[in-house]
Design a protein around this ligand. Structure first.
Ligand code: CA
Length: 307
Protein backbone atom coordinates (compact mmCIF):
# COMPACT_ATOMS: atom_id res chain seq x y z
CA UNK A 1 0.00 0.00 0.00
CA UNK A 2 2.88 2.36 0.84
CA UNK A 3 3.44 4.33 -2.39
CA UNK A 4 0.49 2.74 -4.11
CA UNK A 5 -1.41 3.98 -7.09
CA UNK A 6 -0.27 4.71 -10.61
CA UNK A 7 0.63 8.12 -11.92
CA UNK A 8 0.20 9.20 -15.50
CA UNK A 9 -0.09 12.27 -17.67
CA UNK A 10 -3.50 12.55 -19.26
CA UNK A 11 -4.24 14.57 -22.38
CA UNK A 12 -7.67 16.15 -22.66
CA UNK A 13 -9.56 18.64 -24.77
CA UNK A 14 -11.19 21.75 -23.36
CA UNK A 15 -13.21 24.40 -25.14
CA UNK A 16 -13.93 28.10 -24.94
CA UNK A 17 -17.34 29.55 -25.84
CA UNK A 18 -18.48 33.06 -26.67
CA UNK A 19 -21.46 34.91 -25.18
CA UNK A 20 -23.83 32.94 -27.44
CA UNK A 21 -22.38 29.61 -26.36
CA UNK A 22 -20.64 28.92 -29.67
CA UNK A 23 -17.29 27.17 -29.39
CA UNK A 24 -14.57 29.61 -30.41
CA UNK A 25 -11.47 27.62 -29.43
CA UNK A 26 -10.44 24.08 -28.69
CA UNK A 27 -7.35 23.53 -26.57
CA UNK A 28 -5.39 20.42 -25.88
CA UNK A 29 -4.33 20.21 -22.24
CA UNK A 30 -2.43 17.82 -20.02
CA UNK A 31 -2.81 17.05 -16.36
CA UNK A 32 -1.14 14.73 -13.91
CA UNK A 33 -3.46 11.99 -12.71
CA UNK A 34 -2.90 9.64 -9.77
CA UNK A 35 -4.92 6.47 -9.85
CA UNK A 36 -6.18 4.24 -7.07
CA UNK A 37 -6.97 0.65 -7.91
CA UNK A 38 -10.07 -0.41 -6.01
CA UNK A 39 -10.02 -4.10 -6.93
CA UNK A 40 -10.15 -3.40 -10.64
CA UNK A 41 -12.16 -0.19 -10.42
CA UNK A 42 -10.03 2.92 -10.97
CA UNK A 43 -10.34 6.18 -9.07
CA UNK A 44 -8.57 9.00 -10.88
CA UNK A 45 -7.34 12.00 -8.91
CA UNK A 46 -6.25 15.07 -10.88
CA UNK A 47 -3.34 17.08 -9.50
CA UNK A 48 -4.74 20.61 -9.20
CA UNK A 49 -1.93 23.20 -9.14
CA UNK A 50 -1.98 25.74 -6.31
CA UNK A 51 -2.84 29.36 -7.02
CA UNK A 52 -4.91 32.37 -6.14
CA UNK A 53 -8.32 33.36 -7.46
CA UNK A 54 -11.31 35.54 -6.79
CA UNK A 55 -14.05 33.49 -5.15
CA UNK A 56 -17.68 34.42 -5.62
CA UNK A 57 -19.52 36.68 -8.04
CA UNK A 58 -18.97 40.30 -8.90
CA UNK A 59 -21.64 42.96 -9.49
CA UNK A 60 -24.32 42.03 -11.99
CA UNK A 61 -23.94 38.29 -11.62
CA UNK A 62 -25.10 35.65 -9.16
CA UNK A 63 -26.80 35.94 -5.77
CA UNK A 64 -26.12 37.51 -2.39
CA UNK A 65 -24.69 34.26 -0.98
CA UNK A 66 -21.90 34.51 -3.58
CA UNK A 67 -20.66 37.83 -2.15
CA UNK A 68 -18.44 39.55 -1.30
CA UNK A 69 -16.12 38.33 -4.00
CA UNK A 70 -12.78 37.84 -2.24
CA UNK A 71 -9.24 36.63 -2.97
CA UNK A 72 -8.38 33.09 -1.88
CA UNK A 73 -5.08 31.24 -2.17
CA UNK A 74 -5.47 27.50 -2.62
CA UNK A 75 -2.52 25.16 -2.06
CA UNK A 76 -2.03 22.36 -4.60
CA UNK A 77 -4.32 19.41 -3.96
CA UNK A 78 -5.94 16.45 -5.71
CA UNK A 79 -9.54 16.35 -6.83
CA UNK A 80 -11.54 13.52 -8.39
CA UNK A 81 -11.44 13.78 -12.17
CA UNK A 82 -15.16 12.91 -12.06
CA UNK A 83 -17.85 12.73 -9.42
CA UNK A 84 -17.72 9.39 -7.53
CA UNK A 85 -19.38 6.76 -9.71
CA UNK A 86 -21.68 3.93 -8.74
CA UNK A 87 -19.02 1.30 -9.44
CA UNK A 88 -16.56 3.19 -7.23
CA UNK A 89 -19.16 3.48 -4.50
CA UNK A 90 -19.79 -0.26 -4.59
CA UNK A 91 -16.04 -1.06 -4.64
CA UNK A 92 -15.54 0.95 -1.46
CA UNK A 93 -18.83 0.55 0.43
CA UNK A 94 -19.90 -2.93 -0.68
CA UNK A 95 -23.37 -2.02 -1.92
CA UNK A 96 -25.16 0.80 -3.67
CA UNK A 97 -27.75 3.13 -2.18
CA UNK A 98 -31.14 3.13 -3.96
CA UNK A 99 -29.89 5.40 -6.72
CA UNK A 100 -32.18 7.50 -8.88
CA UNK A 101 -30.27 7.00 -12.16
CA UNK A 102 -28.75 3.55 -12.39
CA UNK A 103 -25.49 3.02 -14.28
CA UNK A 104 -22.04 1.84 -13.25
CA UNK A 105 -20.30 4.86 -14.79
CA UNK A 106 -22.94 7.34 -13.69
CA UNK A 107 -22.34 9.36 -10.55
CA UNK A 108 -23.67 7.83 -7.38
CA UNK A 109 -26.72 9.87 -6.35
CA UNK A 110 -29.11 10.04 -3.41
CA UNK A 111 -26.18 10.35 -1.01
CA UNK A 112 -26.24 12.64 2.00
CA UNK A 113 -23.31 14.65 3.33
CA UNK A 114 -22.93 12.01 6.02
CA UNK A 115 -22.92 9.21 3.39
CA UNK A 116 -20.25 11.06 1.42
CA UNK A 117 -18.16 11.47 4.57
CA UNK A 118 -18.48 7.75 5.32
CA UNK A 119 -17.21 6.97 1.81
CA UNK A 120 -14.18 9.22 2.35
CA UNK A 121 -13.36 7.56 5.67
CA UNK A 122 -13.66 4.06 4.23
CA UNK A 123 -11.53 5.01 1.22
CA UNK A 124 -8.92 6.57 3.53
CA UNK A 125 -8.79 3.42 5.64
CA UNK A 126 -8.28 1.27 2.59
CA UNK A 127 -5.62 3.39 0.86
CA UNK A 128 -3.88 5.04 3.82
CA UNK A 129 -4.45 8.40 2.14
CA UNK A 130 -6.44 11.13 3.87
CA UNK A 131 -9.41 11.36 1.48
CA UNK A 132 -11.99 14.02 2.30
CA UNK A 133 -14.59 16.27 0.74
CA UNK A 134 -13.24 19.38 -0.99
CA UNK A 135 -13.73 22.78 0.61
CA UNK A 136 -16.03 25.19 -1.22
CA UNK A 137 -12.97 27.32 -2.03
CA UNK A 138 -11.15 24.32 -3.52
CA UNK A 139 -14.25 23.31 -5.46
CA UNK A 140 -14.78 26.75 -7.00
CA UNK A 141 -11.07 27.24 -7.70
CA UNK A 142 -10.95 23.85 -9.43
CA UNK A 143 -14.15 24.54 -11.35
CA UNK A 144 -13.00 27.94 -12.60
CA UNK A 145 -9.58 26.59 -13.60
CA UNK A 146 -8.28 30.10 -14.13
CA UNK A 147 -11.47 31.62 -15.54
CA UNK A 148 -13.43 34.57 -14.15
CA UNK A 149 -16.50 33.94 -16.29
CA UNK A 150 -19.79 32.44 -15.09
CA UNK A 151 -18.76 29.00 -16.40
CA UNK A 152 -15.37 27.39 -16.86
CA UNK A 153 -15.92 27.44 -20.64
CA UNK A 154 -16.90 31.10 -20.87
CA UNK A 155 -19.72 33.59 -20.19
CA UNK A 156 -22.49 31.04 -20.87
CA UNK A 157 -22.89 27.32 -21.51
CA UNK A 158 -24.72 24.89 -23.78
CA UNK A 159 -26.01 21.35 -23.33
CA UNK A 160 -23.19 20.16 -25.58
CA UNK A 161 -20.92 20.99 -22.65
CA UNK A 162 -22.89 19.94 -19.56
CA UNK A 163 -25.99 18.09 -18.39
CA UNK A 164 -28.61 20.60 -17.17
CA UNK A 165 -32.14 21.59 -18.17
CA UNK A 166 -31.62 22.91 -21.69
CA UNK A 167 -35.10 24.42 -21.91
CA UNK A 168 -33.53 27.23 -19.89
CA UNK A 169 -30.68 29.38 -21.12
CA UNK A 170 -28.07 31.46 -19.37
CA UNK A 171 -28.07 34.99 -20.83
CA UNK A 172 -27.20 34.80 -24.52
CA UNK A 173 -26.64 31.04 -24.51
CA UNK A 174 -28.59 28.63 -26.71
CA UNK A 175 -31.53 26.42 -25.81
CA UNK A 176 -30.65 22.76 -25.72
CA UNK A 177 -31.82 19.36 -24.56
CA UNK A 178 -33.24 18.30 -21.21
CA UNK A 179 -32.01 14.75 -20.65
CA UNK A 180 -34.18 13.99 -17.60
CA UNK A 181 -31.39 11.86 -16.07
CA UNK A 182 -27.75 11.89 -15.12
CA UNK A 183 -25.07 11.05 -17.68
CA UNK A 184 -22.05 8.76 -17.44
CA UNK A 185 -19.07 10.71 -16.14
CA UNK A 186 -16.69 12.26 -18.66
CA UNK A 187 -19.27 12.60 -21.44
CA UNK A 188 -18.45 16.31 -21.83
CA UNK A 189 -15.19 18.24 -22.36
CA UNK A 190 -12.87 18.82 -19.42
CA UNK A 191 -12.12 22.24 -18.00
CA UNK A 192 -8.60 23.68 -18.22
CA UNK A 193 -7.46 21.61 -15.19
CA UNK A 194 -8.71 18.37 -16.77
CA UNK A 195 -11.79 18.01 -14.55
CA UNK A 196 -15.13 16.82 -15.92
CA UNK A 197 -18.78 17.29 -14.92
CA UNK A 198 -18.18 20.26 -12.62
CA UNK A 199 -21.21 22.06 -14.12
CA UNK A 200 -24.42 20.05 -13.92
CA UNK A 201 -24.94 16.26 -13.82
CA UNK A 202 -25.08 15.88 -9.99
CA UNK A 203 -24.76 18.35 -7.15
CA UNK A 204 -21.53 17.90 -5.23
CA UNK A 205 -21.21 18.07 -1.45
CA UNK A 206 -18.45 20.22 0.03
CA UNK A 207 -17.00 19.97 3.54
CA UNK A 208 -18.06 23.47 4.61
CA UNK A 209 -20.82 24.39 6.98
CA UNK A 210 -23.33 26.66 5.28
CA UNK A 211 -22.68 30.40 5.61
CA UNK A 212 -25.11 32.86 4.09
CA UNK A 213 -22.36 34.98 2.54
CA UNK A 214 -18.57 35.27 2.51
CA UNK A 215 -18.12 37.87 5.25
CA UNK A 216 -15.29 36.46 7.39
CA UNK A 217 -14.63 33.45 5.12
CA UNK A 218 -11.15 31.87 5.21
CA UNK A 219 -8.77 32.98 2.47
CA UNK A 220 -6.37 30.01 2.57
CA UNK A 221 -8.54 27.51 0.70
CA UNK A 222 -9.57 25.63 3.83
CA UNK A 223 -13.13 24.58 4.59
CA UNK A 224 -15.20 27.00 6.67
CA UNK A 225 -16.34 24.59 9.30
CA UNK A 226 -19.12 24.78 11.83
CA UNK A 227 -20.67 22.55 14.47
CA UNK A 228 -21.97 19.09 13.47
CA UNK A 229 -25.53 19.02 12.28
CA UNK A 230 -25.44 22.43 10.63
CA UNK A 231 -26.43 22.75 7.00
CA UNK A 232 -23.79 22.12 4.37
CA UNK A 233 -22.89 23.59 0.99
CA UNK A 234 -23.30 21.92 -2.40
CA UNK A 235 -21.84 23.04 -5.72
CA UNK A 236 -22.23 22.82 -9.47
CA UNK A 237 -25.94 22.20 -10.04
CA UNK A 238 -27.40 19.10 -11.64
CA UNK A 239 -29.27 17.61 -14.59
CA UNK A 240 -32.54 18.88 -13.13
CA UNK A 241 -31.49 22.54 -12.79
CA UNK A 242 -31.38 25.56 -15.10
CA UNK A 243 -27.87 26.68 -16.08
CA UNK A 244 -27.96 29.73 -13.77
CA UNK A 245 -27.73 27.34 -10.80
CA UNK A 246 -24.85 25.42 -12.41
CA UNK A 247 -22.46 28.42 -12.53
CA UNK A 248 -18.96 28.17 -11.01
CA UNK A 249 -19.95 30.45 -8.12
CA UNK A 250 -23.50 29.15 -7.49
CA UNK A 251 -24.19 27.58 -4.08
CA UNK A 252 -26.90 25.43 -2.54
CA UNK A 253 -27.74 25.04 1.14
CA UNK A 254 -28.79 21.58 2.28
CA UNK A 255 -29.23 19.58 5.44
CA UNK A 256 -26.43 17.03 5.89
CA UNK A 257 -28.94 14.20 6.36
CA UNK A 258 -30.65 14.81 3.01
CA UNK A 259 -29.72 12.50 0.16
CA UNK A 260 -31.99 13.57 -2.64
CA UNK A 261 -32.13 12.28 -6.20
CA UNK A 262 -29.52 14.73 -7.49
CA UNK A 263 -26.91 14.70 -4.73
CA UNK A 264 -23.46 13.26 -5.30
CA UNK A 265 -19.89 14.34 -4.57
CA UNK A 266 -16.27 14.02 -5.56
CA UNK A 267 -13.34 13.36 -3.27
CA UNK A 268 -10.29 15.49 -2.51
CA UNK A 269 -6.88 14.84 -1.04
CA UNK A 270 -4.11 17.20 0.09
CA UNK A 271 -1.07 14.90 0.04
CA UNK A 272 -0.79 11.77 -2.02
CA UNK A 273 1.87 10.28 0.24
CA UNK A 274 0.19 8.32 3.01
CA UNK A 275 1.14 8.93 6.61
CA UNK A 276 3.07 5.81 7.57
CA UNK A 277 3.95 4.40 10.92
CA UNK A 278 7.69 4.14 11.60
CA UNK A 279 8.44 6.61 8.82
CA UNK A 280 11.91 8.08 8.91
CA UNK A 281 12.23 11.81 8.25
CA UNK A 282 14.45 11.16 5.20
CA UNK A 283 12.00 8.73 3.60
CA UNK A 284 9.21 11.20 4.13
CA UNK A 285 11.42 13.98 2.68
CA UNK A 286 12.18 11.88 -0.38
CA UNK A 287 8.56 11.27 -1.00
CA UNK A 288 7.83 14.96 -0.61
CA UNK A 289 10.49 15.99 -3.12
CA UNK A 290 9.31 13.37 -5.63
CA UNK A 291 5.89 14.84 -5.06
CA UNK A 292 6.99 18.44 -5.73
CA UNK A 293 8.71 17.40 -8.96
CA UNK A 294 5.54 15.75 -10.06
CA UNK A 295 3.47 18.73 -9.11
CA UNK A 296 5.79 21.08 -10.99
CA UNK A 297 5.36 19.04 -14.15
CA UNK A 298 1.67 18.58 -13.53
CA UNK A 299 -0.12 21.06 -15.68
CA UNK A 300 0.24 22.72 -18.95
CA UNK A 301 -2.11 23.78 -21.64
CA UNK A 302 -0.70 23.44 -25.10
CA UNK A 303 -1.69 23.90 -28.69
CA UNK A 304 -4.61 26.30 -28.62
CA UNK A 305 -6.48 26.14 -31.88
CA UNK A 306 -8.58 29.10 -32.88
CA UNK A 307 -11.61 28.02 -34.83
CA1 CA B 1 -21.41 18.46 -11.01
Amino acid sequence: MAGGGDESVVTFETVTVDQWGAVTARSCGQCQVMQEDLDGVGLEMVVVPGGSFLMGSGPGEGYEDERPRHPVTVPAFHLGRYPVTQEQWRAVMGSLPRVRCRGERRPVDRVSWHDAGAFCRRLAQRTGRAYRLPSEAEWEYACRAGTMTAFCYGPTISTDLANYVGEHVYRGGPKGVYRHESTGVGAFPANAFGLHDMHGNVWEWCADAWHGDYTGAPTDGSAWLGPDGVDRAMRGGCWHDPPDICRSAARLRQRPVDGEDFYGFRVALSEWAPAERGDTPSAAGERRSAWSRLRASGHRLSRKERL
